[in-house]
Structures are given as C-alpha cells and as structure tokens.
Design a protein around this ligand. Structure first.
Ligand code: EPU
Length: 420
C-alpha cells in the first residue's frame, strides 16, 4: 500500500494542467451501453474509479479498454451479447457503478445491479434512482442485495425528485432517452457533469433539453448511435490545485479549467484574500500575506461543492480567525477532522457543522486518509505543515486524482510516493 510523504513549507509556483472530470467520465462511459458499436472518449482521467467502470463494462461483455498509446483515450464497444449485470464485488468498490442501471434497463429490458450500500461519507441510498425508473414503467425488485429492474419498453413519465441527486438524475436521464414518449424530470441536479452527460447523449441522437437546469425534458427516441467525445476538465481537481497555491503561500496558474464551473469556489477563495485572475484557458491563484477565515455552507451546484469542503477546511485551519463550515449534502463527511487536528489544527464538530479556529502553523505527522477528498485535504495540510507528513491509505486519492503528487512536485512541492 502506497503512502505520500510531504515535507511542508515550499510555496508552489508555476503552471499545472487539470485532467478530465472523474464524475463526468463515469456516467459517460456507462452511457456507451445505450448504442451498438464503439464509442471513443478522450481526456479520460487515468484513475482507479475509471478502471473500475471499464471493468464493470467488460464483465457485462463490452470491449472496454484504455488505449495503451494514447493514454487519455478509452473505447467502449458494445458489439455482442451483453449480460446486464453489475456484481457486488465491483459495485462495493465503487458505488458510482450504479449508473449502469438506467442504460441497461432502457436498452436490454433487464438489469441486475448490486445495491451499493453506504460508504465512509454517508448512507447514500438510491431510492430516488428507483423512484425515477418506476415512473418510467420499470418493475423493481430488491432481492439478495441486488436491484432487479425489468421493463419490456420504458414509457415517458413525470419524475419529481424528492432529493436532488447527481447520479440519480443521470441514471433516470439515461433510461428516459430510449423510453417511448416524453419524460419530464423535475428537481434535477444542475451539476456541469449532468449537462456534459446530456451533451454526449444528444450527440448520440437523444433529444434532451434543459440539462444544467432543474427541469429536464426528454423526447424518447428509438435508438442511439456511438459517439466520440472529449471529457470536460475536472472542476474539483482544479479547485484543489487552487487551494494548494493558497495554502502554500504560492502563485500558480491552473490550466484547462472552465472558470464558471468554479464560481462558488473562486468567490470563497477571494474572500480569504487570494487574488484569482482568469488567464487564457486557466485561473491563477496568488496567495495573500494573511489568509482570512470565511464561512462555508455546502449545497448542490451552483452552490459550494461538498467535494471541496475538506480542502477548504485545510485552508481554514491556518487562516486568521474562526470559520464555520456546514456540510449539508452528506451526513458523515468530517472524517478528515481528527486527522487535521493531528497536524495541529483546532477543529471541533457540532452536528453538521465544523468550527475551525485558525492556528499559526501546522506540524507534520503521520495521518490516514479516510476517503477521496479527505486524502486531498491532508495532502494540502501537509504542504503547509512544518516537517514531514506521511499520508497513508492513498488508494483513496488514486480513485479520483490523476497523479496529484507529480503535479504538485512540478510546482515545487517536496512530495513523493513511497511503498508503505
Ligand atoms: N440521496 C438520497 N437518495 C438517492 C440519492 C441520493 O437520499 O436516491 C442523498 C444522498 O444520500 C446525499 C444526497 O442525496 O445525501 C446527494 O447525493 P447524490 O446522489 O447527489 O450523490 P452521488 O450522485 O452519489 C455524486 C458524486 C459525488 C458528489 C455528490 C454530490 C459522482 C460519481 N459522484 O454522488 O462525488 O459528492 O454527487 O455532489 O458523480 C467525489 O467525487 O468525491 C464524490 C463523492
């Protein structure tokens, strides 16, 4: 098992390029199931989670591979018999595997997908995914830990989500594109990744309007064709790199970003005193002399993303004043707090709120990553901490950041990967 070793104290400088978005790539790879033939995707980040999705697709009988020469290219071919099933062994390692449910039932009339269960950050039910599929006429049975969905032909319907859900919106959207008639989805997630998926589906021949707003309307079509598409840049990786510049006292140009996807994060960083400027194809973050504490409340897009909460908390731990951070999306997403406290932070948790009293400095220590964004937060804190920080369980990091330590090293950080 690898660990990341950081010697803190280097201000980061230079330019760095963001990889493709994990949370767009995962449902988009699954959407290949909707058409016969081979779809080709570029700018697909080389991540453990992407590897898991390719494996899920291969298990069903797809030809799903990363191109060995052009590293950012993946192909998914649906050319023969498909077994519409996602087994427990894979779904338990990545709950986002559940996004195969919608395409499978729409295309093959049957899907058997393991129930994802909870994870470190919360219970994460999928009741809204199932509610949406039922509204389109799917029959749903839960047996032996699996969701079994069947439908000879899905029919358009109205779906009003009780909870705003990203993958739920994506799953139902992928089912509705092949349903007969019109589907209206209300209270949808508005994340850029949902919009990106709709863009890909429309290129395949679907008729989706309104993705990126809370109401999505879909006219079902009889069939779709394969697609070629380049995945949009990862806004959470971009945000993490901006915070790396800020926490290290540096000045970094983060390239290949869609600036408007980062509005909420940039607004908060500006409030802390960072100077953020748009430059050709990127955003530059220049750290201030003194970071000011700011309050953060996570909400659905376009609000402040839960996936940036842990990283901003690391920044707040060394800011001037007290910051109140409220987590409203997941009930258990403060697992990084005790680890940040081990590095000398002063953070206490009260229910869904963390109170961060800024300290003058952090000091390096061995810490343990508990989930993906927690691991990023600990690395950011390690960049600032005096002395050596060892972050173990970095398999969490590898699920969602493409070679983060190399990118940070390119900016001057003293960071390396070691076999633990
Ligand atoms: N929820 C329900 N019922 C459902 C679905 C969701 O109650 O049927 C609840 C969840 O328990 C949670 C809230 O709704 O409290 C929002 O969950 P959502 O379904 O939106 O999350 P997700 O689709 O499972 C995606 C990202 C997450 C990101 C969240 C929120 C992917 C593959 N994952 O998860 O990404 O945190 O949206 O923005 O898109 C990450 O990248 O680190 C990550 C966890």
């Amino acid at each position: 098992m690898d660990k990341i070793v950081i010697k803190g104290g280097q201000a980061l400088h230079g330019e760095v390029q963001v990889s493709g978005a994990k949370n767009a790539a995962l449902p988009i790879l699954a959407s290949a199931l909707l058409a016969d033939g081979t779809s080709t995707y570029r700018n697909v980040p080389d991540l453990a989670d992407v590897g898991t999705m390719l494996k899920v697709l291969r298990t069903m009988g797809c030809d799903a591979e990363r191109d060995t020469e052009t590293q950012d290219l993946c192909r998914v071919g649906v050319n023969g018999h498909i077994t519409p099933e996602a087994p427990y062994d894979l779904v338990k390692t990545m709950r986002a595997s559940v996004v195969v449910l919608g395409p499978l039932v729409a295309r093959f009339g049957r899907a058997r997908v393991s129930m994802p269960g909870g994870c470190a950050i919360g219970a994460r039910p999928i009741d809204q995914h199932l509610k949406g599929l039922k509204a389109l006429g799917a029959e749903i049975h839960l047996t032996e830990g699996y969701v079994e969905a069947t439908a000879r032909q899905l029919k358009g319907g109205t779906v009003n989500f009780d909870v705003i859900t990203v993958t739920g919106t994506e799953n139902v959207m992928m089912a509705a594109v092949l349903a007969k008639g019109r589907t209206v989805m209300e209270n949808c997630a508005r994340e850029p990744e949902v919009e990106e998926l709709a863009k890909v589906l429309n290129k395949m021949g679907a008729r989706i309007e309104g993705a990126g707003t809370s109401v999505i309307t879909i006219e079902g079509v009889d069939g779709l064709k394969p697609v070629e598409h380049a995945i949009l840049p990862d806004r959470i990786e971009a945000g993490t790199l901006l915070v790396a510049a800020a926490i290290s006292g540096g000045n970094v140009l983060v390239k290949r970003v869609v600036p408007e996807h980062l509005d909420a994060v940039v607004e908060k960083l500006r409030e802390t005193g960072c100077t953020i400027t748009a430059e050709a194809g990127g955003l530059r973050c220049q750290a201030p002399q003194r970071l000011e504490a700011v309050n953060i409340t996570t909400t659905e897009y376009p609000g402040f993303p839960t996936d940036m909460q842990a990283q901003l908390m690391a920044l707040m731990s060394v800011s001037q004043g007290t910051s109140v951070i409220s987590e409203n999306i997941f009930e258990n997403r403060f697992m990084h707090v005790p680890e940040l406290d081990r590095l000398g932070a002063d953070i206490s948790i009260q229910g869904h709120t963390a109170v961060v009293k800024g300290v003058k400095g952090l000091s390096g220590a061995p810490v343990m990553a508990t989930d993906l964004r927690a691991s990023a937060s600990l690395i950011l804190a390690g960049l600032r901490a005096e002395g050596r920080t060892d972050v173990s369980r970095v398999y969490h990091l590898d699920r969602g950041y493409e070679r983060l330590e190399r990118k940070l090293r390119g900016l001057g950080a003293d960071i390396r990967r070691e076999k633990a």
